[in-house]
Each structure stands twice: as structure tokens, then as C-alpha cells.
Design a binder for this molecule. Structure first.
Ligand code: 5AD
Ligand code: FES
Length: 333
């Protein structure tokens, strides 16, 4: 699809049903009916940055900051094993006390003890640090570029640099990571044209994974009064991303489920093939509030697993076999 076709498909006046159906078929034909389940460990909500949309920004004094210890992270990884998850996603703010150097011994311990695939989501670091993390055994890395619109990026991430963000994505790829990126949909000032550019950029960057969620305004941030994204726009973005990128791994995000009780289910029916249930300790979940109303904050990991399996059953889908590595360089069939 070209840019004009994408803009048209994103427009509220266009009936999405035909391309939702096409996205579902592209998903089935290229990544199958299996859904990869990744256990999410939010191991620190401390962050040095001040993204205007994000609840754990450094400038939000209301956040009760926490850091899990190495032992607590290992305990989460054991939970993942017990629930038959094959991947853990270790996510944090850009916490100077959990630098790549500090993360390395933990991921080595997780790898050695559990053999799980490890995805990191810990923000912007140097080329050398990315290489070291990869050498230590991390398999994948998530770093959303948030928006392809340079001006909007600058307005929303005042202490980040647009070009450096994309340099980070190139370094991650060079270091041998399977790389995921993505955006929020419905940001203040974001146009359909820039969302179409986002999708074309997913393709150009040849990503292994693409995460898309609606922007949900957080009352404790500068964007408190903004409108926020809709489920409809989020689903259109997921569907078009599937059609354009074909065999990427695309999660039905928690933000999608927060906006609507059937949000994740709907995403799985129009292109998504991944779920990322939370396996963080329940006592810290409310403190990792990027946006308000986040689902599952008081559910123990095993309840989320039950929920996931019930959801898959209701959709006629199953958990996927294996680690769920990238399909980019895998032989088709
Ligand atoms: N609404 C929706 N998504 C958000 N994120 C951060 N803040 C919000 C918000 N208010 C997303 C960003 C980030 C990911 C971890 O969470 O896209 O990359
Ligand atoms: Fe932490 Fe944006 S607020 S990276």
C-alpha cells in the first residue's frame, strides 16, 4: 500500500471491515494461528527522562519509585517458566541505577537458570552497551520511535534526540538483536499522514516486531487534558501494519485492552499475534502507571495466564510453540 492508500484506510469515514479481514488473512498465512505469550517484568519505574505523555517521567513527583532486586527479577523469570512462557521482557525506565552494566549479570543469570528468550526494553544506550547486552545473551530489544514526525517527537520527548533514537535502532540491529519498535496512535498534533509515514517506516526499518498502542492521557503529566487515541484508530494501525510488514510479530497491547474490554481480542482478530501479560510482583504494578486505568494491575501472574488462555480459546486460537523468534530470516512454510 502506498501513502495515499494508507491515509485513506486510516480515515474515520472509510469502512475498516475489508482491510481488517485482509490483515487477519495475512496474519494467518504468514505467522499462523499461534499466539506468542511473553511475560512482562517491569523491573524499575525510575526514569531520567521527561516524556510529556509518560506517567513515570522524572518530573512526576506522585510516583512511588521502586526497583526490583536481582533475586526478585529471577523470581519473576521462574514464574514465567512455571506458566510455560518462553520469553521474558525486562522493561524499565531509563534508570541510571539499572544501567546496562548492572542489567548484564541479571540477564546472564536468567538465561543460565531458565533458558528463556530475553527481550530488553530499557531505552537509549550507547552502541558499545548494546553490543555488550547482546553478547551477554539478550535476544531481542524493544525501542519504540513513538512517532516518525520529527517536530512532534521533539515536542513530546524534550530531552531526547530524533536522530539518536534511530541511530539506536540501527546499533541494535548491528549488534544482532531482533529489534522491535512502534508508536502511539492518537497523540496530540499527530496527523493521519504521519501515522501513514509510521507504517511505511516500520517496513523500511525491516523490524522484527512492531508494538502499537493508543495514546492514553495521564492526569499526572503535561498532556493531562489531551484527547487521546481511540480503539478504532489503534486497530486500523495494527491491521495496516500487518498488511504492510507481513510477517512481523505484533502484540495486542495492554493499552489496547485498557481502552476497551475487548481491545486485545479485537487486535488479535485484525493482525496481532502476540500477548504480553504482566508477571511483575503485584505490589509494584500500580506504580508502573504509564497511563491511567491499566488492566490487570491487581492480578497475580497465574490469573493473567488463565485469562490469556481463556481469551485465546474464545478466539479459536492457541498458544504458539517455541520461543517465538523473528520470522524475518526464517524459511517460509
Ligand atoms: N499512553 C499510551 N502509551 C504510553 N506509553 C508511554 N506513555 C503512554 C501513554 N500515556 C508507551 C510508549 C512507550 C511504551 C513502553 O509505553 O509508547 O514506548
Ligand atoms: Fe522515561 Fe520517556 S519518560 S523514557
Amino acid at each position: 500500500m502506498n501513502k495515499k492508500e494508507l491515509i485513506d484506510a486510516l480515515s474515520p469515514g472509510t469502512d475498516p471491515a475489508p482491510f481488517f479481514a485482509l490483515a487477519d488473512k495475512v496474519r494467518r498465512d504468514n505467522v499462523g494461528d499461534g499466539v506468542h505469550v511473553r511475560g512482562l517484568i517491569e523491573f524499575s519505574n525510575t526514569c531520567r527522562r521527561n516524556c510529556r505523555y509518560c506517567g513515570i517521567r522524572a518530573g512526576n513527583p506522585k510516583v512511588r519509585r521502586y526497583r526490583l532486586t536481582k533475586e526478585e527479577i529471577l523470581a519473576c523469570a521462574r514464574t514465567a517458566v512455571s506458566l510455560n512462557y518462553r520469553t521474558v521482557v525486562m522493561q524499565s525506565g531509563e534508570d541510571p541505577a539499572w544501567s546496562p552494566r548492572d542489567v548484564i549479570p541479571v540477564l546472564e543469570a536468567v538465561k543460565k537458570e531458565t533458558g528463556l528468550a530475553i527481550t530488553l526494553s530499557i531505552g537509549e544506550h550507547s552502541r558499545e552497551e548494546y553490543k555488550a547486552l547482546r553478547a551477554a545473551g539478550a535476544d531481542r530489544f524493544l525501542l519504540r520511535f513513538e512517532t516518525s514526525d520529527r517536530e512532534l517527537f521533539k515536542a513530546l520527548k524534550p530531552d531526547s534526540d530524533y536522530d539518536r533514537r534511530f541511530a539506536c535502532l540501527a546499533w541494535l540491529k548491528e549488534a544482532g538483536f531482533q529489534v522491535g519498535s512502534g508508536v502511539m496512535a492518537g497523540l496530540p498534533g499527530q496527523t493521519l499522514e504521519s501515522l501513514a509515514d509510521d507504517i511505511l517506516l516500520f517496513k523500511k526499518l525491516d523490524l522484527d516486531m512492531v508494538g502499537i498502542g493508543p495514546f492514553i492521557p495521564n492526569p499526572d503529566t503535561p498532556l493531562a487534558g489531551s484527547a487521546g487515541g481511540t480503539l478504532d484508530l489503534g486497530l486500523r494501525m495494527v491491521a495496516l501494519t500487518r498488511i504492510v510488514t507481513v510477517n512481523t510479530h505484533i502484540p495486542a497491547t495492554t493499552a489496547m485492552g485498557t481502552l476497551h474490554p475487548q481491545g486485545r481480542q479485537r487486535a488479535l482478530q485484525c493482525g496481532a499475534n502476540v500477548l504480553m501479560p504482566n508477571i511483575s510482583p503485584v505490589e509494584h504494578r500500580v506504580d508502573y502507571s504509564l497511563y491511567p486505568g491499566k488492566i490487570c494491575v491487581s492480578d497475580a501472574a497465574d490469573k493473567c495466564a488463565g485469562c490469556v488462555d481463556a481469551m485465546l480459546k474464545s478466539l479459536g486460537r492457541t498458544r504458539a510453540e517455541g520461543y517465538g523468534h523473528s520470522l524475518k530470516n526464517a524459511p517460509k512454510g
